[in-house]
Design a protein around this ligand. Structure first.
Ligand code: GLN
Length: 491
């Protein structure tokens, strides 16, 4: 039974269609694995076992009738930031601990349309703010990987920590995630998975609890590049319910995987050579470039001159938008109301928000409110918007010269729980390589490239031009073949 959880999504799809396995046994195998390992990993906040069984049996009926969809019978984890109709959706926050949405997000509706089975809602940093999954009101997630010779619990990365821990530990075949400044790519790198943040607008944001609306994008995490291609095709697509959704046809991403990289120009952004970068990160980057060179790509140095302003820009724009988006949690309309008996309206707001939000979320609301305030708007928010345009222009200029960029995904491998926790700035530095692509809205993917000296996975990031996920997939697939990454966590 347990071998079923080891299949790739693509293999499972083939075996389901050949009726060698059933959706019900595949789902049961995952539910057993969750029962065995979730108590330690804490990857799921809410399990939907009954729903999963009903969906699996409907999938078996569809398979028997010969009308399977692209994902019929595939068990997935859903980040608990996607509203799921009738299923509690918490955003990892106490303020939404009992929120049951009356509607389905477009991305999850698309997955259901294509036949997927939902195992449950996966843990995350509160409102997707974080890089460690330590800010969840539902407790931290453990990374299924351990340093060689150590039992110290490591973080899975964040904010999509539950999604990646579940997929790495074989508690789901793939999962949905969201990325505002790196929350798909950095956790994928920390857990030895592939994960893609598509172009802004490729996936609908309708029904995804908002963090920073001009940056938030949904995408998949999975164990292979192909599995990500399969999932993204189902998740993506124009949606009139999201005014920033792009009216673009969704290509067959899987078809791009075999293209190879011969003749492609791969850019190396010189500004990503940050002084003091961990030598093992630099070494895997060089190796990735050598693999692509050996496959026939040209490697070209490019400049993204405003990279050094990326983090500062992000940590103004993202909190500004968050402070505005999170104003809706007022104890009146959504979620928790936690007031004292004699509270007036202001008291109700204050008590509910002070008790409902954790400290990282409160920090972001304070920063965001400050940078938007009348006296400081020009000094911070307006300047950040100007820098955003310059950072985006850097990418436009780079993509006039090259087809894709190759960089590391994160400056370190997974760190231990407790590390960096008392220093928000050290935590924000995790995003140094991922934030620029978010600011520019371009697609970027992390793939597992190697293990470091401690036996932990390291990721490489492929960044592409807007709406050119196909080139990103082609380069990622070539890197995946060259890397031959077959390690799996000991759990
Ligand atoms: N780590 C970043 C932050 O804390 C990115 C989070 C995200 O992409 N959701 O904001």
């Amino acid at each position: 039974m347990t071998d079923l959880t080891d299949l790739t999504l693509a293999d499972a799809r083939a075996r389901l269609r050949a009726r060698e396995i059933s959706a019900t046994e595949l789902t049961e195998a995952h539910l057993s694995a969750i029962a065995a390992h979730n108590p330690r990993l804490n990857a799921y906040i809410t399990l939907t076992a009954d729903l999963a069984r009903a969906q699996a049996s409907a999938a078996d009926a569809a398979l028997a009738a010969g009308n399977a969809g692209p994902l019929t019978g595939i068990p997935l984890g859903i980040k608990d930031l996607f509203c799921t109709k009738g299923v509690r959706t918490t955003a990892g926050s106490r303020i939404l601990a009992d929120f049951v949405p009356p509607y389905e997000s477009t991305v999850t509706a698309n997955l259901l349309r294509d036949g997927a089975v939902f195992l449950g809602k996966t843990n995350l940093d509160e409102f997707a703010m974080g890089s460690s999954n330590m800010t969840s009101a539902f407790g931290p997630v453990e990374n299924p990987w351990l340093r060689r010779g150590s039992n110290a619990a490591l973080v899975p990365g964040g904010s999509s920590g539950g999604s990646v821990a579940a997929v790495a530990a074989r508690l789901a075949m793939g999962a949905t995630a969201t990325d505002t400044g790196g929350s798909i790519r950095q956790p994928a790198a920390f857990c030895g998975l592939a994960g893609i943040k598509p172009t802004y607008g490729r996936c609908s944001r309708f029904g995804i609890i908002a963090f920073a609306s001009s940056l938030d994008q949904a995408g998949p995490v999975a164990r292979t590049v192909q599995d990500c291609a399969i999932l993204l095709r189902s998740m993506a697509g124009f949606d009139p319910k999201d005014s920033t959704s792009a009216d673009q046809t969704v290509p067959d991403f899987e078809a791009a995987l075999g293209r190879g990289v011969r003749g492609l120009r791969i850019g190396v952004p010189t500004e990503y050579r940050v002084p003091g970068t961990n030598p093992e990160i630099t070494a895997i980057w060089e190796k990735g470039l050598a693999w692509l060179l050996a496959e026939g790509a040209d490697i070209i140095d490019v400049s993204l001159p405003h990279t050094k302003y990326g983090l500062a820009t992000y940590y103004i724009i993202a909190p500004a938008e968050a402070s505005s988006n999170l104003a809706r949690y007022d104890g009146v309309r959504f979620g928790l109301r936690d007031a004292e008996p004699n509270d007036d309206l202001i008291g109700l707001y204050e008590h509910t928000r002070a008790r409902g939000f954790g400290s990282e979320v409160q920090r972001r609301i304070l920063i965001g409110t400050y940078v938007l305030s009348a006296g400081y708007y020009d000094a911070y928010y307006l300047k950040a918007q100007k820098l955003r345009a310059l950072i985006a222009r850097d990418f436009t200029n780079a993509f006039a010269q090259v087809d894709a960029l190759l960089t590391p995904t994160a400056p370190t491998a997974a760190f231990a729980m407790g590390e960096k926790m008392d220093d928000p700035i050290a935590m924000y530095l995790n995003d140094v390589f991922t934030v620029p692509a978010s600011i520019a809205g371009v697609p970027a993917m992390s793939i597992p490239a190697a293990l470091n000296q401690d036996g932990l996975p390291l990721g490489l990031q492929v960044i592409g031009n807007s709406f050119d996920e196909e080139t990103v997939f082609a380069v990622a697939a070539a890197l995946e073949r060259a890397a031959g990454f077959a390690a799996r966590p000991g759990q």
